[in-house]
Design a protein around this ligand. Sequence first.
Ligand code: SAH
Length: 466
Amino acid sequence: MKKNDLLTLKIEGMGNEGEGIGKADGFPLFIKDALPGDVIRAKVLKTKKTYGYGRLMEIVTPSPDRTEPPCPVHRACGGCQIQALSYEKQLEYKREKVRNQLIRIGGFSDPEVLPVLGMEEPFRYRNKAQFPFGRDREGRIVTGFYAGRTHHIVPNADCLLGVPENRRILETIADFMEKEGIAPYEEASGEGLVRHVLIRKGFATGELMVCLVINGEALPGADGLADLLFQIPGMTSLTLNVNTKNTNVILGDKLIPVRGRTYITDSIGDVYYRISPLSFYQVNPVQTKRLYETALSYAGLSGTEVVWDLYCGIGTISLFLAQKAGRVYGVEVVPQAVEDARENAKLNGLENVEFYLGKAEEVLPEQYRENGIRADVIVVDPPRKGCDRACLDTMISMGPKRIVYVSCDSATLARDLKILCEGGYELRKVQPVDMFPQTAGIENIALLIHCDNKKIPASSFSTAYN
Ligand code: SAH
């Protein structure tokens, strides 16, 4: 098989990024937009030693699990990988993916992975979107999403995963830029001013936040833009974020207020939160509630426990748990998020929570070594790369009865669960929660219980804590 070959294939499986997998003479090809059950014509794009990539050219016989994708740019846009798959099958696929990773990476023989908690309405669920600005061939200002693995903008002001208000906000900004002669940022030259816009909506409060990321320190005519944007119902916060670096990272560190507050508020369950542009906040509030309720039930609190919530963001899980715990300590590395977290504790009148600014892998070992801290329950919710080894080792040394691991990446979850189980924990169950319908992403929440009589191998301890 070589590049540009045309083949007919039956798709029999799905890769971790939602690609269809079909075999040609036993050689697996990964094909974007092909679905299990399809018979397709594919063109070979690239071959490696044991697998290759192909492009979907034609669907000869469609899979019975196909559905009509409502978004006209679902193939060109990099956002949704599996919109053409029925939602029911999306959930089955995600459960299988998690199970496979726990077996393959985590070394578990028969892990208990519960059926995925899916959504009733799996569109328009995102409370946050980040749109890049650029120009089309005619030189007009466009905004939309990057096509998969590129920085080519596929114009789309009304993503069906996002809120309907996005369109009016984007059109208002693009019109304003055309009228004022403000150029979008160009990555190649590093010139131009407007890079991205971050839009967030509090689903419970209706409050809207717009944060324009600029390659400079000021936006000419910012007041005029504020006048236009604040005509949109719900507009609460307009800020500028300064990012003058040549980087893929969207947000810089500096925030300049333009109009309204510098944050919005939202609530999940009975807990209120204020959210700054620089703070992490779960993107799917409907599913977040179910995620946090599961975290609370897995924590098994009776009212007296000491809980550590590592990677706590604006204290969302910490405050949820504080309602039922003795004392909760949160650890988070982004200063604005810790500021939000402390405000949020006050906002909810919760006095049994305390937040540490710093890296979990530094704060926890330090507090354990110097202050002999203990925990009945540890909750972790790290970014995709998972927990640092020093953090896991300290958790094992502290030996809480329960560990609740919340994860948005099942591969690093499997890796970390293996380490925790080698350190004396038993994996009870994993609950996948579909926070990202139409995409290959899946959130998980795992419950680990300390095995009192299981011998903990010495190698699980870093010498620093012995
Ligand atoms: N539990 C929160 C946030 C989870 S996202 C919620 O549900 O909203 C992960 C968080 O970890 C982010 O806020 C990120 O800023 C933070 N983070 C990333 N690396 C970290 C580290 N090494 N130590 C502590 N926090 C970290």
